[in-house]
Design a protein around this ligand. Structure first.
Ligand code: SAM
Length: 270
């Protein structure tokens, strides 16, 4: 049996009793940084064999781990913080377990993505998580600012100001939430326009771990022509044509009927 266990993203108290039971009942614990995981396990008096399992070892150790599971061992997989597989090792092992019909179960718990989304106060009915933010402004526009819902992404403190500046150039009114050091002593969530946030972080240089959330905003037509926007909403974000037209109208701040008319008249000219 493989337990895929979420562990705290800061506050060591954020671990479920089921997670602790699973860790205690495992023959060995696969983890990224053994020293870091030892701190959590020591806190709960769990003494188990720790096996270093970071992204560069995922494939190398796979057969060995699968053989142990096939032999009836109970193993636990944890990452340095949060939920394994979310920008952390785990997926390769889970896919191999599915392929070989080996039992595994995730034990839910902290995840910085969901924590930041809730902390942001932005709409939650449609959201995407995209890992670390793209560096190119064009990709930032396509992947993040044109997304018809809330976007959650990881960011480093060193890049935060550049990112805010890039957003400011495209959509200065966009609401952004910077969640920092969540669940830790200096947890902070600042919400505001890119300019407001830049002014704050200029005075208080950001430190620690950061997750950014971007609320829905507006994309003027000079930044993204209507045709391109509709096509992208369909291809990149998987919307139907009808939904893409509705979202494009909202993103460009124009009535839906006028977007329908434009699309229709363009099709008629073919
Ligand atoms: N698997 C993890 C999870 O479920 O949260 C994410 C791992 S990813 C490699 C590490 C990134 O998560 C950091 O760069 C940071 O953006 C974010 N992160 C993790 N813990 C955080 C915290 N306490 N506060 C803010 N961001 C955090």
């Amino acid at each position: 049996m493989l337990f895929v266990i979420a562990t705290p993203i800061g506050h060591l108290g954020d671990i479920s009793s089921r997670a602790l039971e699973a860790l205690s009942s495992s023959d060995a614990i696969l983890c990224e940084d053994t020293r870091r995981s030892a701190i959590l396990l020591d806190r709960y008096g769990i003494k188990k064999k720790l096996v270093s399992y970071h992204q560069f070892k995922e494939r190398q150790l796979l057969e060995q781990i699968l053989a142990q599971l096939e032999g009836g061992a109970t193993l636990a997989l944890i990452s340095d913080a949060g939920t394994p597989c979310i920008n952390d090792p785990g997926l390769i092992l889970i896919q191999a377990c599915i392929e070989r019909s080996l039992p595994f179960t995730p034990i839910p718990g902290p995840c910085s993505v969901i924590q930041a989304l809730v902390l942001s106060g932005f709409a939650t009915e449609r959201f995407q998580f995209i890992g670390f933010l793209p560096r190119k402004p064009k990709e930032m526009l396509r992947q993040v600012l044109c997304y018809p819902g809330t976007t959650v992404a990881f960011e480093s403190p060193q890049r935060l100001m550049d990112t805010l500046e890039a957003v400011d150039e495209i959509d200065p009114k966009r609401q952004v939430a910077v969640a920092r050091e969540m669940t830790k002593t200096f947890e902070e969530c600042r919400r505001g326009t890119p300019k407001e946030l830049m002014a704050h972080f200029k005075e208080h240089p950001p430190k620690g771990e950061i997750v950014l959330s971007f609320a829905l905003g507006k994309i003027p037509e000079d930044k993204m022509p209507l045709d391109e926007l509709i096509e992208m909403l369909q291809e990149l974000h998987g919307l139907s044509l009808k939904e893409a037209i509705k979202q494009a109208a909202r993103l460009q701040g124009v009535p839906k009927s006028s977007v329908y008319k434009q699309v229709h008249s363009r099709h008629e000219t073919f």
